[in-house]
Design a binder for this molecule. Structure first.
Ligand code: SF4
Length: 365
């Protein structure tokens, strides 16, 4: 928190309006899962074979200057030099969130050393049944939980990251929070899913009103022991208590194509350098207020958490709201209790155990 606070204040003092908070570094797109709601593994085979080298990763991190680096993908543990990449980022004192489905975590854990800079951010989309359905892999939850226990036993920092789609059962999500806290993870990250146009399952993406309703049910009347690894104002944004414009430059994406315009989710071209990304992206064309249909329903963490952090440091009101949200976290709400009892439809009717054998489709990349 101190690192983020001092970094944001220094950016403000310098008068920088567009500053990055978290670099989304995608060193590969390959994955050992084929989740129904994911738009990242639909690349042609020759792209899926590509890896960023450690040097390319370090150059991007140095260019960007963000204090935190999130490493999604694809599955980063499938990168042949992931140990070297993490070691180089720890040496640069970057706070790293290595986002993994944890299927390979026990096998590869010897590549890493516990450090305050390194956190395994384990992808878990809910309780056992919900997670296995979301990732289309029976047994995925048990493998991930087993790996979480092993990582904690070895002294690593571990958080979870959870993507929620339409049909998620708020009661089950709350029970999942209890399970994760009992497991001993440091914090939980949440985001609504984004409607990737190439994701195999197009039926279960949430509109904004439904997103707010769902998160109001889940996050109101909170238990005291739940710890979230997110800005408290971003959680209020998800619950519909606040509105923010998107700040896509707050979490810029670097991958095998270069710096992706404008954000982690859309692909409207690439820049060769971070400076070029900032200078040449037509930012006004993005965000919900822009009228861009691709942004209409988006409330995802990579677009709006940086907005919430920026709001904390932009005014006394934002700062006081953050302090209040941090200190009084119960959010009592009778209507939200009623929402918990509303029936929900199952998220995915089918479990697809093996990766798809259909031909991979070309994308706009
Ligand atoms: S609203 Fe969502 S999709 Fe649009 S630029 Fe922001 S993060 Fe990207």
């Amino acid at each position: 928190m101190w690192t983020v606070t001092s970094y944001v204040l220094s950016q403000k003092l310098r008068g920088r309006k567009q500053y990055p908070l978290v670099l989304m570094l995608e060193p590969l797109f390959r994955c050992n899962l084929a989740c129904a709601g994911c738009g990242k593994i639909q690349y042609p085979a020759h792209i899926l074979k590509k890896d960023l080298s450690p040097e390319e990763c370090f150059r991007a991190v140095d260019e960007c200057g963000a204090p935190m680096v999130s490493i999604p993908g694809g599955e980063p543990l499938m990168h042949p030099q992931i140990g070297e990449i993490i070691e180089g980022l720890v040496a640069r004192r970057k706070y790293i969130y290595l986002c993994t489905n944890a299927l390979l975590l026990k096998e590869k854990i010897h590549l890493f050393k516990p450090s305050k800079y390194l956190t395994f951010s384990v992808h878990l989309d809910g309780q056992r049944e919900e997670h296995d359905l979301a990732v289309c892999r029976e047994g995925g939850y048990d493998i991930a939980v087993d790996a979480v226990k092993e990582a904690l036993r070895r002294g690593f920092r571990v958080t979870t990251n959870t993507t929620l789609f339409d049909g998620a059962n708020p009661k089950s999500v709350r029970a999942f929070f209890d399970e994760m806290m009992d497991l001993g993870v440091e914090g939980m990250m949440l985001s609504p899913g984004y409607s990737y146009d190439k994701a195999p399952d197009q039926k279960h993406f949430l509109g904004r009103a439904r997103t707010r309703r769902m998160f109001r049910a889940i996050l109101s009347n909170r238990k005291k022991n739940w710890r979230f690894n997110l800005s408290p104002l971003f959680l209020e944004f998800l619950m519909g208590k606040r509105t923010y414009p998107c700040t896509p430059w707050g979490m810029p994406t670097y991958n095998v194509f270069g710096w992706q315009k404008p954000c982690y989710l859309l692909q409207d071209g690439y820049a060769e350098t971070f400076a070029e990304l900032l200078a040449t992206t037509e930012w006004e064309k993005y965000g919900t207020e822009s009228g861009n249909p691709a942004c209409a329903n988006c409330m995802v963490h990579s677009g709006y958490e940086a907005s919430a952090v920026n709001a904390t440091f932009s005014s006394l009101g934002g700062f006081l709201a953050t302090v209040k949200a941090t200190l009084s976290t119960s959010y009592r709400d009778k209507e939200a209790l009623r929402l918990l009892d509303e029936p929900t439809a199952p998220v995915h009717p089918l479990v697809q155990i093996a990766p798809t054998t259909e031909p991979l489709q070309e994308t706009r990349a």
